[in-house]
Write a protein that binds this ligand. Structure first.
Ligand code: 5AD
Ligand code: SF4
Length: 462
């Protein structure tokens, strides 16, 4: 998140540490805006903060362990600065509620996934009363957010949440419990926010939701494909992305958007989770392996060059070697561009936590390593196919590893690093791919002569 530091030293300072998904990052940005409206500014130096907010994730056990270890370390800061206010929010805040200050007595305020918007008021209340506060209720509607968007100034890409919560209750997943029921944001608010972002220089937006395909179906004014078309019509974005899609709700109308809408990046994240029908049934995913493969085929018919990424899990309760091999076969069949893979972990309160047939940790680890080896090979082969091609890259900034290099993404979501002048930041530039690695590509700017033949104007020397 970009810093909103100001040299007005007398202002109070807020430090935010965010764990977890992009939606948590977006929530943290929103919170920073809400504090900004009250003259409390973001700092990236925890030592000078008056308020520390930890935005947490609960999706896997490891994510909670990471957040808890960070929270534990705050005790030292609180001892040094007794007036420091420590607040915890996000999915683990929602799940653990009152038990958080019991476990960590220096935590002053706990908010949930819908109540973090109240944190600036709660901080005020805490300052006057000195009483610990825990506020966790879910709201039925998507909140109306302020259009400050301070955090994104200077950024080329940004995120916009379009829906929250989930009604699917996959048996392994804690999200429906910690994010509540699905609620869609009014399309006019989404469009206004994107217009505000583009006026601040943002060129690419990723729409966020746990299950964007069901946007608007329950409580919205339009469907998701209609929203995409509306954004394409009403805003000046160069690029639009979205995540995450549930395969069961992936409609043909949405597939058509990849063909019809120029600003829609040709990439979809379509979590499959497992390749065995037995496991998919136990997970309550409500599609079969065959249905998933059929949707992938259809997508590729509408848009042959689409990149597909996915999430898979190994070691779900009841997963036998044959089920696991079905997942490997599916990876070989689909040839995803990227796969995010996880060992299943029990989440308290979910149905799968009480399933029989738990898979030993050692077996899970072996399966995960093998699966990742297979996928690394496939990803590298997919990336190598791009060597020698010219890809359009939206330049997002300089590379962290080498300041002299620029970095950006292709429409199909590959990271490309290449040498070039900084005035290309924010531009869509054609880049020749010269080398492929497991997680990124090395590019080169085409020779200026070649470049100007392609387009009338050269963005490098203009
Ligand atoms: N254990 C392991 N991985 C999980 N995920 C969700 N719940 C669990 C769990 N209990 C993974 C899924 C999901 C991704 C965000 O996290 O693959 O798509
Ligand atoms: Fe969790 Fe399933 Fe909802 Fe995704 S669709 S958030 S995996 S319950």
């Amino acid at each position: 998140m970009k810093n909103m530091k100001s040299d007005k030293r007398n202002k109070k300072k807020l430090f935010i540490r965010t764990f977890g998904c992009q939606m948590n990052v977006y929530d943290s940005e929103t919170l920073a805006d809400l504090f900004f409206l009250r003259n409390i500014l973001l700092t990236d130096n925890m030592g000078e903060a008056d308020i520390v907010f930890v935005n947490t994730c609960s999706v896997r056990e490891k994510a909670e362990q990471k957040a808890c270890s960070f929270i534990g370390r705050l005790q030292r800061f609180k001892l040094k600065k007794p007036n420091l206010i420590v607040a915890v929010g996000g999915c683990m805040g929602q799940r653990m509620g009152e038990t958080l200050p019991e476990r960590f007595p220096f935590v002053d305020i706990v908010v949930g996934t819908d109540t973090f918007y109240y944190l600036p008021e709660l901080v005020e209340r805490y300052r006057t009363s000195g009483k610990k506060l825990v506020q966790l209720e879910f709201s039925r509607e998507f909140p109306r957010l302020p259009l400050v968007k301070e955090c994104v100034s200077g950024q080329v890409t940004a995120m916009v949440t379009i829906m929250q919560g989930c009604d699917n209750f996959c048996t392994y997943c804690i999200v429906p419990y910690v994010r509540g029921r699905e609620k869609s944001r009014p399309s006019s608010d989404i469009v206004r926010e994107i217009q505000e972002l583009t006026s601040k220089g943002v060129k690419e937006v990723t729409l966020l939701g746990q299950n964007v395909n069901s946007y608007g179906l329950k409580d919205g004014d339009i469907t998701f494909p209609e929203l995409l078309r509306l954004i394409a019509r009403e805003t000046d974005l160069l690029r639009l992305r979205f995540t995450t899609s549930h395969p069961k709700d992936l409609s043909e109308d949405l597939m058509k958007c990849f063909h019809d809408l120029e600003i829609l990046c040709k990439h979809i994240h379509l979590p499959v989770q497992a390749g065995s029908n037995k496991i998919l049934r136990l997970m309550n995913r409500r599609y079969t392996r065959e249905e998933y493969l059929q949707k992938v085929r259809k997508l590729r018919e509408y848009c042959p060059e689409i990149a597909i990424s996915t999430d898979v899990m190994v070691g779900f309760p009841g997963e036998e070697e044959a089920d696991y091999l079905d997942t490997l076969r599916l990876l070989e069949e689909v040839r995803f561009d990227t796969v995010f893979s996880f060992k299943y972990s029990d989440r308290p309160g979910t149905a799968a936590a009480s399933f029989r047939g738990k898979v030993p940790e050692k077996v899970k680890t072996r399966r995960l390593i093998q699966l990742q080896e297979l996928q690394n090979k496939i990803t590298l082969e997919q990336n190598e196919k791009l060597v020698g091609t010219v890809q359009e890259v939206l330049v997002a900034g300089t590379s962290k590893a080498d300041e002299r290099q620029l970095t950006g993404r292709t429409g199909d979501n590959h990271i490309v690093n290449f040498y070039g002048p900084r005035n290309l930041i924010g531009e869509l530039v054609p880049v020749t791919i010269v080398e492929a690695y497991a997680h990124s590509l090395k590019g080169e700017l085409p020779l200026v002569g070649e470049f100007s033949r392609e387009k009338d104007q050269c963005v490098i020397c203009r």
